[in-house]
Ligand binder design. Structure first.
Ligand SMILES: [Zn+2]
Ligand SMILES: [Zn+2]
Length: 255
């Protein structure tokens, strides 16, 4: 059910002749962005908040424990976090294409970016867990984009056995988080995840890396991180593709 990404490769090359995955203009090489989309993708490089990956100009190389104002005010249940790009422009189009356009052909490229950005976290982890999708939603979408990213990430890191799709389960189908403020997002996701029988034993004492496509307020990742902690995971970090800029989502601003 989860293995749709196995299609990425020669077959999808035939289905998708070299075209920019973000704007569909012609490119010389498969699975790379065109120069315009490269320029438009806001990669989050340099030092930033250790929990959400938000970049902070002027931080020195030793500032590895800096927490941004938002993470200080709403401390996340995970330890370290890395985001690859800001949720805007070409990056946003790539995510929408993956989630709603069945663009599984972009998964290897996106997972490669996640590995490059989050190499330290990936190398230290023992379990790579995707944020799970409720089974009824997966029937409609055919795949869980977070699981496909996590699987490809583990493969690209040379640690395919670290990928564990079913240690967390989404037991309640939730409405979309779009348009909800921070409190409503947390309420919407409450009780949505659970540890299936046997999971706690596999998580205990392990360094866990949670993988999702987008980080907004962190309500979803927080719920998953709390479960891992309850199961006595040794450490919980997160790696996401995109970070939503709070400046661009006014409803997320503090009152
Ligand atoms: Zn393009
Ligand atoms: Zn932060």
């Amino acid at each position: 059910m989860d293995s749709v990404v196995g299609l990425a490769g020669p077959l999808t090359d035939a289905l998708f002749p070299p075209a920019c995955p973000a704007c569909r203009s012609d490119t010389a090489q498969a699975r790379t962005l065109c120069p315009d989309c490269w320029a438009e993708t806001a990669f989050l490089t340099g030092r930033g908040c250790r929990a959400c990956g938000r970049k902070v100009p002027g931080l020195g190389i030793r500032d590895t424990s800096f927490l941004c104002d938002t993470c200080q005010k709403y401390p996340p249940a995970w330890g370290r976090g890395v985001a690859v790009f800001a949720y805007q422009g070409a990056g946003r189009r790539l995510i929408l294409g993956l989630k709603h356009g069945d663009r599984l052909d972009t998964v290897p490229m996106l997972a490669g970016w996640m590995l490059r950005a989050g190499r330290v976290l990936v190398d230290e982890t023992e379990l790579i867990l995707p944020v799970p999708m409720h089974w009824t939603r997966r029937l409609g979408r055919r795949f869980n984009q977070s699981a496909e990213l996590a699987r490809a990430l583990a493969g690209a890191a040379g640690a395919p056995t670290h990928f564990a799709a079913n240690l967390l389960r989404r037991v309640r189908r939730t409405g979309s988080q779009d348009g909800r403020d921070r409190a409503a997002r947390a309420e919407n996701i409450a009780g949505a995840f659970a540890l299936p029988r046997g999971s706690a034993g596999r998580l205990a004492g392990k360094r866990v890396l949670l993988v999702d496509d987008v980080l907004t307020t962190g309500a979803t990742l927080n719920a998953c991180a709390r479960l891992c902690r309850r199961a006595e995971a040794k450490a919980v970090d997160i790696l996401v593709l995109a970070l939503v800029s709070f400046d661009e989502a006014p409803y997320l601003r503090d009152p």
